[in-house]
Design a protein around this ligand. Structure first.
Ligand SMILES: Cc1cc2nc3c(=O)[nH]c(=O)nc-3n(C[C@H](O)[C@H](O)[C@H](O)COP(=O)(O)OP(=O)(O)OC[C@H]3O[C@@H](n4cnc5c(N)ncnc54)[C@H](O)[C@@H]3O)c2cc1C
Length: 373
């Protein structure tokens, strides 16, 4: 493949641009905004990177591979993008999702520790083990500086010869037409349009755009220390991080929020969401029960019906590909997914069938047990 047009410079599109440009493909990367714009799904400050995906071997291996590739990106751009603070899963049952994750980790030799609930006291400045069966700690997991990472991907793609264009693109047969009238043609045109993908290609993919809320609390210096682990409570559908880059301790409910149009302005976060975050933090980390709220914001998930990614050509136009459906867990996989997509574009390795455009039904648990409230 000599040339590619990629519409969408989020984590998925920029990763693919970086990957293909490094391999010598002539890449044109187009976005309506600057890469990492806060209106896009990749635009936030931080995203978790963890290998735990329950029994799913494919996403587990992909996350592990992605860690290596994020490190390569860091080396190329000279910036720290991945904070390897570890990540701890709070297991409420001995035989739940975390136990199945451990089985997958053992098969793939992914570093992990199964800890007693009381051991949380050495991972967090304040701790209550109440209600937990055990902890699953991934010492090599952590947090990606999301917006900076997306910008680094797009910049590194440019270093390798990619062209970055600003504009709104629309499908025009097998090409992409920009709002200024330019028509971009290439051996392959990839639409990596995040929440906008469903609107552009609604007859092929069902992508729901939902409003999600993030809360940042002032935990004081103890919660800014490098050794404090990130965390996920799968069953209670909430996750968070220590105070990174002075933003505050992050807590984010993971239930699918209400529908939010991709072009709608992001509303302020709700008092109800804050109450959920605060209650969780207070129960698990008692010192945070009355921590002042330092900030809050909304962003949007772009959910496929079953939380599996979308990466497939259009049946009637094999040179036109759709890439998306990150479904609230896609960021970390960006470069590893790009590697897989590049192999599929080159015809050297097929993608998993569940990335295809066939009808899907709900059910995969790839983030937390959260669903619509
Ligand atoms: C609150 C929140 C927390 C999350 N937490 C995690 C996490 O902890 N770990 C994790 O791995 N993932 C997480 N995710 C998911 C992850 O961030 C997304 O899956 C990922 O960023 C999706 O990237 P994308 O490139 O598909 O979409 P986007 O980042 O939205 O990129 C799509 C791009 O396409 C552009 N575009 C769209 N239409 C057009 C058009 N017609 N013309 C030109 N440009 C266009 C947009 O401007 C945008 O830049 C989270 C997401 C959210 C919202």
């Amino acid at each position: 493949m000599r040339s590619a047009v990629i519409v969408g410079a989020g984590a998925f599109g920029s990763s693919l641009a970086w990957w293909l440009a490094r391999a010598g493909t002539q890449v044109t990367l187009v976005d309506q905004f600057e890469p990492g714009d806060p209106r896009t799904t990749s635009g936030g400050e931080s995203r978790l990177i963890r290998c735990g995906h329950g029994p799913d071997a494919g996403y587990t291996a992909s996350a592990r591979r992605a860690r290596t590739l994020w490190r390569q990106l860091e080396a190329a751009c000279g910036e720290q993008l991945l904070i390897e603070c570890g990540l701890t899963w709070f297991a409420h049952h001995d035989d739940g999702w975390e136990a199945r994750t451990i089985a997958t980790f053992e098969e793939q030799r992914i570093p992990h520790e199964r800890l007693a609930p009381e051991d949380g006291a050495r991972l967090f400045p304040s701790w209550s083990p109440t209600g937990l069966a055990f902890l699953l700690h991934e010492p090599e997991a952590g947090v990606l500086r999301a917006q900076r990472a997306v910008r680094a991907l797009a910049r590194q793609a440019q270093v390798h010869g990619a062209r970055l264009l600003r504009g709104v693109a629309r499908p025009a047969g097998a090409a992409a037409r920009l709002d200024d009238g330019r028509v971009l043609e290439a051996d392959v045109v990839v639409w990596a349009c995040g929440a906008w993908l469903g609107r552009l290609f609604g007859e092929h993919v069902a992508i729901r755009s939902t409003r999600q809320e993030l809360f940042f609390f002032d935990g004081g210096p103890a919660w800014a220390a490098p050794g404090v682990s990130a965390f996920v409570d799968f069953e209670q559908a909430i996750y968070g991080t220590r105070d990174i880059d002075g933003l505050g301790v992050k807590a984010a409910p993971d239930f699918d929020g209400p529908a939010l149009d991709p072009d709608a302005a992001l509303p302020p976060a709700s008092a109800a969401g804050e109450a959920i975050a605060r209650r969780f933090l207070g129960e698990r980390f008692p010192a945070l029960a009355r921590a002042p709220l330092r900030g809050s914001k909304c962003c949007r998930y772009e959910l496929s019906p079953d939380a599996h990614f979308v990466a497939a050509p259009l049946p009637e136009q094999p040179s036109v590909w759709l890439l998306g459906g990150g479904s609230g867990h896609g960021f970390k996989h960006g470069p590893a997914l790009a590697e897989q997509v590049a192999a599929a574009l080159a015809g050297t390795a097929p993608l998993p069938a569940h990335f295809g455009l066939a009808d899907r039904c709900g059910g995969s648990l790839l983030r937390t047990a959260g669903a619509a409230r």
